[in-house]
Design a protein around this ligand. Structure first.
Ligand code: ZN
Length: 311
């Protein structure tokens, strides 16, 4: 929490917490929060921005998703002040969420995955809270907004849900670099949400028209549990991120030995490929892909909107 920065506006208003670096191998969020601090004009800000660019410093130091204790910070909320390192960080962040009115938690696919640009929220039972989250997610302006199960635990969003605070997260690309296009999308997205929440006066706002999908099934929104690798080996993805694919399409193949044919991984359903593994080294059980299975209309979605194309 060394890099915590508070920017107070000249007018009063709500407090917005923006988190980056909850996972230590996701870099666009960190740069975007730094850029946001540079571009904010306090005379136009009503309320307070609370910025945490590197929420999980031990994981960032290791250049890995998780810190030395191996716990995933995004599965550890609300945390424990008397617990281990990751649990203590989660408890500190939970305290920050409790003092703020809104939360944006910025992510990417990390070193191993690339993710179609999307803004997500939990489909909580509180209708007023849900409506604010929908407004925030749509205002952020990425191609997809995705409402998913409110029953997932351990996230910053579940901590916010339990306190009745509107919260969204965002995903953009991945692969371990820091793509300027992702940084720009995140800076603009945060500004858009601030404008939507009447915290910021700016002419930059462009009314976005994202694809909106809501999926109430338990486990929806859990990106680390889909298409687990059936064995360890060298994975080669066969599809670009953002492609609309049909059931049975080859997603990729795993090569493990000269003595065995490659193992093919095929789509179990049709939909939009929103998560793609790009790190070839896989262990058994590692997530390889997520297909957004929906009857939704993919009009307006094109592959060139995706970053980190693997082809
Ligand atoms: Zn993440």
């Amino acid at each position: 929490m060394d890099l915590l920065l508070r920017i107070a506006g000249e007018a009063s208003g709500p407090k917005l917490l923006i988190l980056g670096g909850v996972h230590g191998d996701e870099f666009e969020p960190i740069m975007a929060i730094r850029r946001l601090a540079e571009v904010i004009d306090r005379s136009r800000l009503a309320g307070q921005l609370v910025l945490v660019p590197i929420a999980n410093a031990p994981a960032f130091k290791l250049q890995q998703r998780c810190g030395p204790d191996g716990l995933d910070l995004a599965r550890t909320f609300p945390g424990n002040v008397q617990g281990g390192e990751t649990e203590r960080i989660a408890a500190q962040l939970t305290a920050l969420i409790s003092e703020c009115d809104f939360l944006i938690d910025l992510h990417t696919g990390g070193r191993a995955m690339t993710i179609w640009p999307l803004t997500g929220y939990m489909l909580c039972d509180d209708g007023d809270l849900l409506e604010v989250q929908r407004r925030m997610a749509r205002a952020f302006g990425l191609p997809l907004t995705w409402g998913t199960s409110a029953r997932l635990e351990g996230r910053s969003l579940s901590a916010a849900r339990d306190m009745g605070k509107p919260a969204i997260y965002a995903e953009w690309g991945g692969g371990g670099g820091c793509d300027p296009a992702g940084v720009e999308a995140y800076v603009q997205g945060c500004l858009n949400v601030m404008i939507e929440l009447k915290m910021y006066a700016s002419p930059l706002y462009v009314d976005p028209m994202p694809m909106v999908i809501e999926d109430h099934r338990y486990g929806s929104g859990h990106l680390q549990a889909n298409y687990p690798a059936p064995l360890a080996g060298f994975y080669q993805s066969a599809q670009p991120l953002g492609r609309v694919i049909s059931e049975g399409t080859l997603l990729g193949s795993i090569w493990s030995s000269w003595n065995q044919p490659v193992t093919e991984v095929r789509a179990a359903g049709a939909g939009l490929l929103i998560v793609n593994r790009t790190l070839p080294a896989v262990s058994e059980g590692d997530a390889l892909a997520t297909i957004l299975e929906t009857d939704g209309d993919f009009t307006g979605v094109s592959e060139d909107m995706a970053s980190g194309d693997v082809e």
